[in-house]
Design a protein around this ligand. Sequence first.
Ligand SMILES: *Cc1c(COP(=O)(O)O)cnc(C)c1O
Length: 397
Amino acid sequence: MTDWQELEKKYYMRTFERVPVTLVKGQGARVWDDNGREYLDFFAGLAVDSLGHCHPVMVKALTEQAKTLTQVTNLYYSIPQLQLAQILVENSCLDTVFFANSGTEANEGAVKLARRYGSLHRKDAYEVITTFNSFHGRTLAMTAATGQPKFQKPYLPMPAGFVNVESNSIDAIKKATTDNTCAVMLELVQAESGVYPSAEDYLKQVRQWCDEKDLLLILDEVQTGIGRIGALFGYQVYGIEPDIMTLAKGMGSGVPIGAFLAKQKASVFVPGDHGSTFGGNPLVCAVGYTVVKYIIDNDIAGNARRVGQYLMTRLQELKQKYPLITDVRGRGLLVAIEFTKEVGARMLAACLERGLLVNKVKPNAIRLVPPLIIGKAEVDEAINILDSALTAVSCET
Ligand SMILES: *Cc1c(COP(=O)(O)O)cnc(C)c1O
C-alpha cells in the first residue's frame, strides 16, 4: 500500500501542519480514511462543505454541468453565472456581483473596487482600515490586510494601503481615518484567529462612521456567509448592511468559488477595470447556484441557527463539567472551545482517536465548523466524543 504521508514529505511544499490522516471518501457529515476508518466531520473542509460531503443535489449539478459546458470565459454570456448572480442579489441587500475563485481573490477584488470608488469620489483615497487578529487571505495584499504580524513578517515589505487597528474599537477606526481612507474591512466573527464575534454596538458604530465620512464598509463574509452563522448572510444577524460583501467558502459546498457583491453606489467598475479567466465559469456557478438555492429553499441557515444553539447549550454543559475549558463562543455553527492550557493539539488527537474531526484554531483552542445540514443527533455524538476526549486530556494535564 502506498504511504501517502511519505509521498507528501517528498513532493509537497512544507506549508501545512497536517493531521496524520489520509481522507479518501465523504458522505454527508462523515468521511473515511484510507484504512476504512469512519470519522464524524466537524471541520467540513474548513467550513466549506456546507451541505456535507457529496450531497446528491450538488453532485447532480456538478456532473450535469460537466457534461454540458465548463469554461467559456467572461467574454461571453453564460447562464449559470447569471442565475447565481440573480439569486445572490435578490436575497441580499447588495445590487451587483463579480465571481472569483477563492476568498482571498474575492477580497482583493473588493479592495480594488473600494480604491476605484476612492479615486472617483474621495480624491484618490486608497487606504483600507482592517483590524488586528483578522484574516483576509494569503496573497501579498491580503496578508497586509490581515492584521497578524506572524503572517506578514516573512514577506516584508507589505504592499502599502492597509492600516491595521485594534479590533472592537470604534475609536481606533476613527483615529486611523484620514483623507486617504477609502474603506473599512471587517469580519463579523474573526474566525481564523480563534472565533471572536464582533460586538453588535461596535458594528453599528462602524456603519455610522462610514456613512458620516463616506467610507465604504466591506464585510469579509468568506466564512460567515451562506448560512454559517444562522442567517443566509452574517450581516443579517448583526443588523447592519455592508456596501461591499465578499463570499467564498460555503457557497460551492466543495467547489472553489468566491464572489464580491456591491451596493449600486459602490458598483463603480467599468469594462477593463477587473477580470478573471476562471471566475464565474459555468461549472462552479452551476454548483454555486444549486447550493445557494437549496440552502434558501430548505432554510438551512435556520437549521444552522437552531442546531448551533443546541451545540452551544451542550458545550456550556461540558464547560461546567471540565475546569480545563475557559470559554465556549461563536455564532451559529462557527464555534470555538478555549482551554486553560495549550492542549489544542492534544484535544484534536484525542478526538481523532475517537472518530471526530475538529480544528486546532489556536494552541489553546479548537474550532467546530460542521456541515450546515447536521442535526441534534450528530451534535450529541460529537459531544460524547468531546466529553471522553476531555476526560482523557484533563487526566494527563
Ligand atoms: C478562509 C478565509 C479567507 C481566505 O479564503 P481562501 O479561499 O482561502 O482564499 C478570507 N477571509 C476569511 C474571513 C476567511 O475565513
